[in-house]
Ligand binder design. Structure first.
Ligand code: CO
Length: 129
């Protein structure tokens, strides 16, 4: 498995797009409205920053912003087979947010692990070649 992206919860994806574009030379590789979010992936060359700006009041990212404010929301690791990665996690007693892979942003199958099982880090598996 390899690093894929860090998800960042923000109230102002425009501002972060400009900031990281300037600081990190990271252009927008993909943008879409997804699941009540304005989602953008900034290309770092060896991975991405995923900017997550809620466009609706409800949802996990909006709740995270209410609770914790803006910042790192999750870390994603790429695998060729999310279902198999979930099986490994399950075998190790990891609590799963998603029991099965589900469609995520950018057309990728994803699944999340519960942060209480993973050192307080919300881990995402993503099928991203
Ligand atoms: Co993500």
């Amino acid at each position: 498995m390899r690093f894929d992206h860090v998800g960042i919860a923000t109230h102002d994806a425009d501002q972060l797009t400009d900031l990281f574009g300037t600081l990190l030379d990271a252009p927008v590789a993909h943008r879409e409205p997804f699941d009540g979010l304005d989602v953008r992936f900034l290309d770092l060359g060896n991975g991405y920053l995923e900017l997550l700006e809620p466009t609706e009041d409800e949802g996990p990212v909006a709740r995270s912003l209410d609770r914790s404010g803006p910042g790192v929301h999750h870390v994603a690791f790429a695998t060729a087979d999310v279902a198999a990665a979930l099986d490994v996690a399950r075998d190790h007693g990891i609590d799963l947010v998603d029991e099965e892979p589900r469609p995520g942003a950018w057309g990728h199958d994803v699944a999340f692990l519960h942060p209480e099982s993973t050192g307080g880090v919300l881990v995402e598996f993503v099928e991203h070649e």
